[in-house]
Design a protein around this ligand. Structure first.
Ligand SMILES: Cc1cc2nc3c(=O)[nH]c(=O)nc-3n(C[C@H](O)[C@H](O)[C@H](O)COP(=O)(O)O)c2cc1C
Length: 341
């Protein structure tokens, strides 16, 4: 049996899954900036073995983690089997299990981080997933514990025997959610030392310095989420810093290229079926805008303007008129999506 291999790059720089944000278009755009080794789908919630799931859009050059979230072992096993029969999932695909989601609704149904409260069940689920996905990569994304990081040593003990290829650990417990003061990257050191497969650190990596700090714990890579939406060039900056060279970006180009990035994302959303009438595409752009407006080269006004707008066309007009370096729609290189959708 030949098992798929992890990408050989070291350390691995991975894009975090973010529901409503890291759709195919956003992933492609971030990949096109360079230096991302692995991306992930937003989670697919599994509730029944017979569930219909839409095909996954893969990327030509960058491996994709297909993330599932489930509480029912039979359902997730059945879905993987069915997806393979329907040729939606393949033997060499990379499956990731979400064991970190802190949503109360999800946790009350025993999924996401709630699986940390049932380590035996979690192990059984991973083993069953491995059984029906023998040759592909299998990973899990989790937190330091459910109620507190004091649970972490017991979780690690249990995970030592898990048939995983990689684990991503968001260095917070479920209860601390996203509290900026609750990140405990020292715990990653213990995981990197004790687990027999690579550990990827996650949580608040928004600068090359934060990445370097996290990598100093001995983890095999870092996963960045919100930081990449605030600064789409984050991965390039991290890679450059790790290689001891200056980042390729010239400060004076940053503002126009960030606006261009926003326009490219808008064009992706406009290219989706029924996009102009779809609140979900407008919502998706506004959610992205909340993050991008935290970039000092963009600023708060960006979101303040966009939040009032009610169509993608209105947002496009605003983007086109707000920066002099953007050319009119339809011109060459106006958007990386001009030839794709
Ligand atoms: C809006 C949003 C949606 C998220 N959706 C998912 C998801 O679908 N699957 C998942 O494993 N984690 C999800 N996460 C958690 C992130 O993947 C990541 O673990 C978390 O944001 C911490 O990393 P960061 O500080 O680099 O953002 C989400 C986070 C945010 C902010």
């Amino acid at each position: 049996m030949i098992r798929s291999k992890l990408p050989a790059t070291s350390p691995l720089l991975m894009l975090a899954p973010m529901e409503g944000l890291t759709n195919f278009g956003m992933r492609e755009l971030l990949i096109s900036q360079g230096s991302i080794d692995v991306v992930a789908t937003e989670f697919v919630r599994i509730t029944s073995a017979r569930q219909r799931i839409a095909p996954f859009q893969r990327h030509t050059s960058t491996p994709l983690q297909i993330q599932f979230m489930a509480s029912d072992i039979g359902a997730i096993r059945g879905v993987i089997e069915n997806l393979k029969t329907r040729e939606i999932l393949f033997e060499d695909d990379w499956i990731d299990l979400n064991v970190g989601c802190p949503s109360r609704r999800v946790n009350s149904r025993g999924a996401g981080a709630a699986l940390l409260l049932e380590p035996e069940k979690l192990m059984l689920m991973i083993c069953q997933m491995r059984e029906v996905h023998e040759t592909g990569l299998l990973s899990m994304k989790t937190r330091l514990g459910y109620n507190s990081s004091e649970e972490f040593p017991r979780i690690l003990e249990c995970l030592k025997g898990a048939p995983l290829d990689l684990i991503t650990i968001h260095a917070r417990s479920k209860c601390t959610a996203y509290d900026p003061n609750s990140l405990q990257i020292d715990k990653l050191k213990q995981a990197a030392e004790e687990l027999p497969y690579p550990v990827i650190g996650n949580g608040d990596v928004t600068t090359p310095e934060a990445a370097t700090r996290m990598l100093s714990t001995g983890v095999s890579g870092v996963m960045c989420g919100r930081g990449a939406l605030i600064n789409p060039y984050l991965f390039c900056e991290i890679r450059a810093a790790l290689e001891g060279r200056a980042s390729d970006f010239d400060d004076k180009d940053l503002t126009p290229s960030l606006w261009q990035f926003a326009l490219s994302y808008l064009h992706y959303l406009q290219g989706k079926e029924h996009a102009e009438n779809s609140n979900s595409q407008i919502g998706s752009f506004k959610e992205f805008a909340t993050w991008l407006s935290r970039n000092p080269y963009i600023g708060r006004n960006f979101f303040d303007e966009i939040k009032r707008m009610s169509s993608l066309k209105e947002i496009e007009n605003f983007l086109l008129k707000s920066t002099p370096t953007l050319s009119a729609p339809g011109s060459q290189n106006n958007s990386v999506y001009s030839n794709m959708f």
